[in-house]
Design a protein around this ligand. Sequence first.
Ligand SMILES: [Zn+2]
Ligand SMILES: [Zn+2]
Length: 150
Amino acid sequence: MNYLIFWGLLIGSFLLMEGMAWCIHRYIMHGFMWFWHKEHHQPPDRFLEKNDYFTLLFSLPSIIMLVLGYEVASLWFLKPMGYGILVYGFFYFVFHDLIVHRRIRFKFVAKNRYLRRIIRAHQIHHKTREREGAEAFGFLYAPQKYNPED
Ligand SMILES: [Zn+2]
Ligand SMILES: [Zn+2]
């Protein structure tokens, strides 16, 4: 397989996932699936939350694409796309669950401007406990206005 196409599809899927995640978060999690997401907007009181069902659910397309991509020769393009989603899921988890919500305790202070911007955006997202009225639905990208003032 042409490596350029492979990496193009992988990186393209990764970038597309941020847009997908924004839409899903904005219209589904803060929409008809709020009953899974609501707990994530309340002060945490247990290690696993209903919101984690989304993580499981969103790993499915990646798993299915990887299996089909490896098993069916004509569906080879699903392989890099499956990896793109997998890599997005990994960075999402590190950013959202570890760096922002510290579900596992570890020493890390973000000094990087980009990281501080996306962390601040997600903290602002969490200012509301309600389904309506939230802002900053993205995860790995946040507009300039969320830059921390320093
Ligand atoms: Zn939310
Ligand atoms: Zn969160």
